[in-house]
Design a protein around this ligand. Sequence first.
Ligand SMILES: Nc1nc(=O)c2c([nH]1)NC[C@@H]1CN(c3ccc(C(=O)N[C@@H](CCC(=O)O)C(=O)O)cc3)C=[N+]21
Length: 296
Amino acid sequence: MDRGAGGAIIDGRMFAAGLLDDVAVKVARLKTATGAVPGLAVVLVGSDPASAVYVGSKHRQTAAAGMNSFKHELASDTTQDELMALIGRLNGDPAVHGILVQLPLPPHLDASAVIQGIDPDKDVDGFHVSNAGRLSTGQPALVPCTPLGCLMLLKHRLGGDLSGLNAVVVGKSNIVGKPMAQLLLSENCTVTIAHSRTRNTPELCRAADILVVAVGRPGLVRGDWIKPGATVIDVGINRVEIDSKPRIVGDVAFEEARHVAGAITPVPGGVGPMTIACLLSNTLTAFGRQHSVPVD
Ligand SMILES: Nc1nc(=O)c2c([nH]1)NC[C@@H]1CN(c3ccc(C(=O)N[C@@H](CCC(=O)O)C(=O)O)cc3)C=[N+]21
C-alpha cells in the first residue's frame, strides 16, 4: 500500500456535528414524551480567557441541541464555601440534570472537594470517584467526555470491534489517560499506559495498533514512533506561536505522523469538538437515568 500520500484524517468536527444532531432529535422526542427538557449547569470561576471561550461554546451548543443551559459565572475570589453551596443547590434542582465545573479552578479552591461534592448522577464530566469506580468495574457510569469521544472515533474508524488490538495510551491523568485506558480495556484491547517516567515510550508506541496521546506537550510523538497503519488519536491542545502567529497544535508531530499512520485526528478539528458533543450526550444520559426513561 502506498503510504506516500499519507493516511486518512479523522474528521472530529463532522462526527461531532452528527452526534449533536442525534442528541437534538432525542431531546425533541423526550420533550414530547415527558414534557421535560434536559438541563446542563456550567460553573465558571474567574476570568481565564480560554475557559470563557470553552464555556461560551458549551452554552451555545447546549441551547442548539434544545436543552436548557444554566451558566453560573462566579468571581475569581469566590470562596470554597460559596462554591460548595452553589453545587448543593444545583444538586437539589430538578431542572438541572448535569453539572460541570470548568477546570482549572483558581489555586485557592480545592477542585477535588468540589468534584466529590457533585451528585454522581449529575456528574456529566464523569470525574466523581463513584463514576471512576463504576467505569473501572464495568457498571453503568457517566464516562469522562474526552475519552468517550476518542472511543467513538476509534470504533467508527475501526468498524466497531477493537478486541485484541494493542492500545497504548500516553499520559496517565484522571481526566483522560486513566479513563481512556479503562474504556479500551473494556473493549478487550491489550492496554499499555506510558507516562513521563516510562523508559521506552517510543518503542512501546511502535507496537501500538491504537495510539492515544494526552500529555500536553507539542509535537512529543514523532513519525518514527508510529506503527505503519496505526490509528492515532491526538488529545493535546497546545497554544504555541509559529512564525509569530498564535496556533493550536497537538501532542503528535502531525505532518510526520500522518504519512505513517493509517488514520489520525488533526488538532484542531479532531478530539476537541467530540468532547463537547459527548458532554451533551452525557447530559441526555443523566436525564434518562434521573427520569427513568430510555433516551434512545
Ligand atoms: N470540567 C471540565 N470539563 C471539560 O471537559 C473541560 C474543562 N473542564 N476544562 C478545559 C478542558 C478543555 N476542553 C475542551 C473542549 C472543547 C475543545 C474544542 O472544541 N476544541 C476545538 C477548537 C480549538 C480552539 O480553537 O480553541 C478543536 O480542537 O477543534 C477543546 C477543549 C474541555 N475541558
